[in-house]
Design a binder for this molecule. Structure first.
Ligand SMILES: [Zn+2]
Length: 287
């Protein structure tokens, strides 16, 4: 999980760039008529997101062909993104690329290990068409997080996954992701969420929701299995020359280094779990 700086692009500038790619003059005129309303929705998004209350925004239940505002259909609002922002040849594509480029080191902020190669609508455009091209609602993400996440929309505060642009720094400043070693052959780990006891219940539930929505238990354990298979190559000497204490010491040093980078990465939790497992340090590391 990573926190990102909120994009500075205004809805007006992104909207204007999208309209520059619309060939139909009548459609452009229709879109221009509703700009004040779209802009007002953007202001409301910023206000609610800043209060971690996006769940309070009403979902749009209209059909795609329904007119939802001044002659503009729901489908047309959604098409601002799919037809006028995503295609390579459209002027607004520049914002698509700039937003993806905001992911630190190209990594997806939701999972922290996938490559950010798409934009995820934090609030899906199918239910929130007014936010289809709102930069603050477009999060650079990996394909697995974007297409594989659970589809439900939060209806209470505690059901909201973590918003990388708006949510409190506590989600990256405090450790809540952990793992435990399973004494299997080969060794494996199971990931779990254990937020600080000092957190309010809502934050605890949101960390767990994030973990579940993006199916991180399974995805992290797959990454960990690959890491474990090559861990013995990373020790300073061949494993047969190292005793249990030295194995633990080297794992602790690695876990401290990972912790300094990201407190809630799968690697931090993995190395902590391995170092604290007597079984792994004495026996499991030699399997
Ligand atoms: Zn991801």
């Amino acid at each position: 999980m990573r926190i990102l700086l909120k994009p500075v692009f205004t809805i007006d500038e992104v909207y204007a760039k999208c309209l520059a790619g619309v060939g139909d003059a009548r459609l452009v005129a229709s879109f221009q008529v509703i700009l004040p309303a779209v802009s007002a929705h953007a202001d409301l998004y910023d206000l609610k997101a800043g209060l971690s209350s996006l769940y309070e925004l009403p979902q749009n239940t209209a059909l795609n062909e329904d007119v939802i505002l001044d002659g503009v259909t729901k489908k047309q609002l959604k098409s601002l993104y799919s037809q006028y922002m995503v295609p390579q040849e459209k002027p607004a594509r520049i914002y698509y690329d700039l937003l993806i480029g905001m992911a630190p080191h190209g990594k997806c902020p939701y999972c922290g290990f996938g490559q950010a190669s798409t934009l995820d609508h934090y609030l899906p455009k199918s239910k929130y068409p007014f936010f289809s091209i709102l930069a603050a609602n477009l999060v650079p993400s990996c394909k697995d997080c974007n297409t594989g996440k659970l589809a439900g929309v939060a209806v209470v505060a505690s059901e909201q996954s973590i918003h990388p642009y708006y949510d409190s720094a506590i989600f990256v400043e405090s450790q809540w992701l952990y793992a435990r070693v399973e004494e299997t052959h080969p060794p494996s780990v199971t990931y779990f969420v254990s937020p600080p006891l000092t957190w309010v219940e809502e934050s605890k539930k949101r960390a767990l929701k994030h973990f579940e929505d993006f199916k991180l238990a399974k995805r992290f354990s797959i990454e960990a299995a690959d890491e474990i298979s090559s861990i013995s190559d990373s020790f300073s000497e061949s494993i047969e020359y190292l005793d249990e204490q030295e194995v633990r010491r080297q794992l602790l040093r690695r876990s401290a280094a990972e912790f300094r980078k990201h407190k809630n990465s799968w690697k931090t939790a993995l190395y902590q779990a391995l170092a604290s497992s007597n079984w792994y340090c004495s026996e499991g590391c030699r399997i």
